[in-house]
Each structure stands twice: as C-alpha cells, then as structure tokens.
Design a protein around this ligand. Structure first.
Ligand SMILES: Nc1ncnc2c1ncn2[C@@H]1O[C@H](COP(=O)(O)OP(=O)(O)O)[C@@H](O)[C@H]1O
Ligand SMILES: [Mg+2]
Length: 318
C-alpha cells in the first residue's frame, strides 16, 4: 500500500508545487511507482507537468464529487509519475463538498481503489486551510511543510499545525508531521538560519535537511512541462530533492532492493578522527543534520568523505 505524503502550507509561493513535482520525479527515478494529486484549483502542478488545465475534460474535481473513479482520470506524465490533474473547476468543488456529509474523507475514499498500484502518493495542497487541504491531510500518512525562511513564516506554521492537530483528532489519527522543508533558501544570510531555529524550537518540529537553495533553474522548469529533475539533472536543487526522496523512501519502509548510496545521520563531536580501524567510506546523502549546520556548504550535496571512525561507532561526522 502506498505511503501518502501531503505537502501543505497555506501560504502561496513557498514551493509546495515545486516540491511535489521534484520529489515525485526523484522517487520515480528510484524506481518507485508514484501518483501525484493536484488539489489546487490554480492547477499549477498539472500545468507544470505538461498538461493544459484549460482543455482537460476530466479532473480531480469529478473524482472528489464521486462522479468518476480516480483510475479513469489519472494520466501518465513525461517524468514517469502518474497525475490526478486539476482544473479551475476544483474551486467550485469546495462549495459543493461543504454541504456533504463526510466531506473531509472524499479524497481518501477516492484514492482507496488505486492506492495499491503505487508506492507513494504525493498531494499538492492549495494555499488555504479549507476543505481541500483538510481532504489532503485526511488522506495522508505524513505532512511536509515547505517553508520559505522569512520573518513571520512561523505564524503560518503555527496555524497549519493547529489544523493538523484538528485533523489528527477528528478525521485522521495516523497523520504524522514529517517536518519543515526549507525552500528558497539563502544560506548566506543568518536570517534564514534564525527563522528555522525559531520555528524548530517554537513548535518542536523537525527541520529536514538539506535545505533547497534558491536557484533560477526552478523558475525555468514549469514552462517545459518537466520537473527540474529532467531540465537541470545535475543541479544542486535536483540533487537536494533526490536526497529527500531517498530519505522518504528509506524511512517509509519503501526501500528498493538495491542499497544505493550510504545514508548517514550526522551528529557533531561524536567521533575521534585518527583512531580508525576501518577504511573511510564515501557517502552521498545526509538525512539529518543539526540545525546549526543547515546553512553549511557541507550539507549541500556534494559527495562527502567521512573521517575514519572507531569500530563500533554507528554515527558519523562530516
Ligand atoms: N528553490 C527555488 N529557487 C527559486 N525559485 C523557486 C524555488 N522553488 C520554487 N521556485 C519558484 O517559486 C515560485 C513558487 O513556487 P511554487 O512551487 O509554485 O509554490 P507554491 O506551490 O507553494 O505556491 C515558482 O515560480 C517556482 O518556480
Ligand atoms: Mg502550488
């Protein structure tokens, strides 16, 4: 059964849609079967993956209202993921759903019949905390919160977490919070790091590493109908999303039979270089770093060399 991840933040322009398409493409590269769900009436995910929302006849709107089964509406994208597309009609769907019993469960029920065909379902939520986002959270196992590090970002996180707690209490007790994903990140400013530290401490929420750096490559991708994983394959942004996809695949118990690059958790001051009894190893991915390291170039995805470690040490410092 698929692991379902909702990507939510009621603020627009924080890279929800970009994160869904990039993580989806990266999970697809890993050989996972991926379904993306566009839950935003602006249909940016649908457009950015090469479909014209203005000419689509069938969309997630028909599915949420129970008129069509999801399997009929799902379409394949060029990057290998499947997509349940949206059109502007979704805006009207919200009002219709409001008058229905069990409205929060419409997406979860609609996905039930296709979910076994996928390893991952990623849901692109709209920039609101309305019934569509609540449908996304009710259908999800985990929520990821993309966050642009700027003053007052924390207020949005607080409001979203209140909604998450309501959903956990009322419609989906199994919903977990995967963490905040720093996006449009500028590691040169102390401000970014301060905002992340504040959010993490204030809400006791994980900050996922590596941060996604600001790059013009992201703005170029949607116009081509492909994700940045295809348009700028070796860019830092693509590699950052690959790192997150590997972590999601591992932690969600959906690891492929092949092991891929080593994954290490990083904790400072844990090792004594020079006391080695083992060979150094190359690692490509860092899944968790201390917050103060978030802005360091060292977490920015170059393969890194781990210092020789004493036998028995199970954690590494990079
Ligand atoms: N890391 C990044 N660097 C620069 N631009 C980005 C980055 N991530 C996303 N963008 C751009 O920011 C804009 C908003 O991103 P989008 O994913 O649509 O946000 P949301 O879905 O939260 O509204 C888009 O133009 C997108 O191309
Ligand atoms: Mg969006």
């Amino acid at each position: 059964m698929a692991h379902v991840l909702a990507v939510a933040n009621q603020k627009g322009g924080v890279a929800k849609t970009t994160s869904v398409s990039s993580l989806g493409a990266a999970l697809s590269e890993l050989g996972r079967r991926v379904l993306l769900v566009d839950l935003d009436p602006q249909a940016c995910l649908t457009f950015s993956l090469g479909l014209d929302p203005d000419t689509l006849e069938l969309s997630v709107h028909d599915v949420l209202l129970g008129r069509l089964s999801a399997g009929i509406v799902i379409t394949r994208t060029s990057d290998g993921m499947d997509l349940l597309p949206a059109t502007i009609e979704l805006a009207g769907c919200e009002a219709v759903l409001l008058s229905r019993t069990g409205r929060e469960h419409a997406l979860r029920l609609a996905l039930a019949e296709v979910i076994d065909a996928y390893d991952f379902v990623l849901i692109d939520c709209p920039p609101s905390l309305g019934v569509l986002t609540i449908n996304g959270l009710t259908a999800a196992d985990e929520v990821v919160v993309p966050l642009q590090c700027e003053t007052l970002s924390h207020r949005g996180v607080g409001q979203l977490l209140d909604t998450v707690h309501d959903v956990q209490r009322l419609t989906n007790p199994r919903l977990g919070v995967r963490g905040v994903l720093p996006t449009l990140f500028d590691g040169r400013t102390a401000h970014c790091r301060a905002v992340l530290a504040d959010v993490s401490a204030r809400y006791d929420i994980a900050v996922l590493a590596p941060p996604i750096a600001r790059s013009v490559r992201f703005a170029e991708a949607p116009g081509t109908g492909r994700s940045i994983l295809s348009t700028a394959r070796r860019s830092k942004g693509a590699e950052a999303y690959r790192a997150h996809a590997r972590a999601i695949a591992e932690v969600s118990g959906q690891a492929a039979p092949h092991s891929g690059p080593a994954v290490v958790a990083v904790e400072p001051a844990h090792l004594e270089p020079g006391t080695a009894e083992v060979e150094p190893v190359e690692v490509e991915t860092v899944v968790a770093v201390p917050l103060e390291a978030v802005a360091l170039e060292a977490v920015a995805l170059e393969p890194v060399r781990v210092e020789p470690v004493p036998i028995g040490a199970d954690r590494a410092r990079v």
